[in-house]
Design a protein around this ligand. Structure first.
Ligand code: ASP
Ligand code: MG
Length: 448
């Protein structure tokens, strides 16, 4: 049996949900049971809900209420189109109750003038609760024996609101009692991704984009044969199509390669899917007959020297130089303690005898960080840098590939070069202005 996770664009409107129904039916008749279905909120809904919470908390109640009305209308319209009878009955009432709660919450936030992470989770979770109810009803209307599963009873997390972490043992038990029980009873369980709750029943969310993560947790928890991530692209591409005009589809990828690429996108790899060796497939819900990208522990040998390129803009490089670092110990610890104090993740690190260079994405605490580092070193900061990363298992055993990659970039000034012990990844930091050129050079060399 498979787990099928559908992203926001794959449940965006009635047409998308019709495609979903077809995909679910196909899996069901092939496997004879399941699938378990995990859905994101309809596209744009989570952003809208977070905007509404911010507006209400900022005292702009009318604005929040108008936007809630629009969202209500969008969900009601989808329900009416997909499951007209239920929209007049139970489903319609559930949608109304959900929005009545949101209106009450918005009013409360406007009075309190503050939005706590716990409240934010209650607001944000509504998107997935609504979409999953509508999808479950739409499947039933199409004759699929579906069952709505409340994600808050299926994914049990710690209390770290807005970025909660699932508790393995509790979640596994909860998934058996809900999702697996439904499958065993011959039904198709449908639950919202991204959402969970604490042991005491407080609603939590897993962090933005967390539905993929939910799909992986459900797949691992019920021992699925495969986890399918249905999205609006054909699969993993050799490069970001916004950067490279015609990237190619990557047919196979190893778990290790996907982990290297995780920083740039979806967190589809929950450690337990890797541990249990459950293949993950990325598929296009608009082209259901495509082959997509399959991620497994040991994919067939790659036909290209590199597997994929990835990049990130808006990276900040911080150089920390101290002659005291020369042959001293404890310097790196002091440096990293500063970043830790300001809960700022460091992504790439390179060092020489007297300089440590690091990159960060998150500039929120840059000022105090630089100030504290300056107490014991000279610090310089460069903005508008970019990170370019080439990933491929073959880098491990074929050193010439790394040399060739750097060689291709000969005229591009590289600010940092890093290759970690995994040797599946070579990362360079360059000026953002050079990124497009560098990506194109590499893509041409390795993928055309
Ligand atoms: N709806 C959530 C978000 O937009 C989770 C997801 O779609 O993966 O972040
Ligand atoms: Mg997503």
């Amino acid at each position: 049996m498979v787990v099928q996770k559908f992203g926001g664009t794959s449940v965006a409107d009635p047409e998308a949900i019709q495609r979903l129904i077809h995909i679910v039916q196909t899996a069901r008749s092939r496997d004879g049971r399941g699938p378990a279905v995990v859905v994101s909120a309809m596209s744009g809904v989570t952003d809208a809900l977070l905007g509404i919470a911010a507006a209400a908390g900022g005292g702009r109640l009318e604005d929040a209420l108008t936007r809630l009305d629009q969202l209500r209308e969008r969900h009601v319209a989808a329900a009416r189109s997909l499951a007209p009878e239920q929209a007049k009955g139970v489903l319609g009432r559930q949608i109304d109750e959900q929005f009545d709660d949101l209106v009450a919450l918005a009013r409360a936030l406007a009075v309190l003038r503050e939005v706590s992470p716990r409240t934010l989770d209650v607001v944000a979770s509504a998107g997935e609760i609504l979409s999953s109810r509508i999808v479950a009803a739409a499947l039933a209307d199409a004759g699929v024996h579906s069952e709505w599963v409340d994600a808050r009873r299926a994914i049990i997390t710690n209390g770290d609101h807005t970025r909660a972490v699932p508790l393995a043992t509790e979640t596994e038990a909860a998934l058996r009692a809900s999702v697996l029980a439904a499958v065993d009873a011959g039904r198709v369980p449908v639950l919202g991704g991204f959402v969970g709750s604490t042991v005491d029943g407080h609603t939590t969310t897993l962090g933005r984009g967390g539905s993929d993560y939910s799909g992986a947790i459900v797949g691992a928890g019920i021992g699925a044969r495969e986890i399918q991530i249905w999205t609006d692209v054909d699969g993993m591409l050799t490069a970001d199509p916004r950067v490279i005009a015609a990237p190619r589809l990557v047919p196979h990828l190893s778990f290790a390669e996907a982990a290297e690429l995780a920083y740039f996108g979806a967190k589809v790899l929950h450690p337990s899917t890797v541990e249990r060796n459950i293949p993950v497939r990325i598929l296009n819900s608009r082209k259901a007959d495509g082959t997509g990208t399959t991620i497994t522990a040991e994919p067939p040998p790659a036909t290209t020297p590199l597997t994929a390129l990835a990049c990130k803009r808006d990276v900040t490089v911080i150089d920390i130089t101290s002659s005291r670092m020369l042959m001293a110990y404890g310097f790196l610890r002091r440096v990293f303690e500063v970043f830790e104090r300001y809960t700022t993740a460091v992504d790439v690190v390179t060092t020489s005898e007297v300089t440590v260079s690091v990159t960060v994405d998150d500039r929120r605490h840059l000022e105090p960080i630089v100030e504290e580092l300056s107490e014991f070193s000279q610090v310089s900061v460069d903005h508008e840098m970019a990170l370019l990363c080439a990933v491929g298992d073959r880098l491990r055993n074929e050193p010439a590939i790394a040399a060739r990659a750097v060689g291709v970039l000969e005229e591009v000034p590289l600010r940092m070069i890093s290759q970690a012990a995994s040797r599946r990844n070579i990362t360079v930091i360059l000026r953002q202005a050079d990124l497009l050129h560098a990506m194109n050079r590499l893509h041409e060399e390795f993928f055309s």
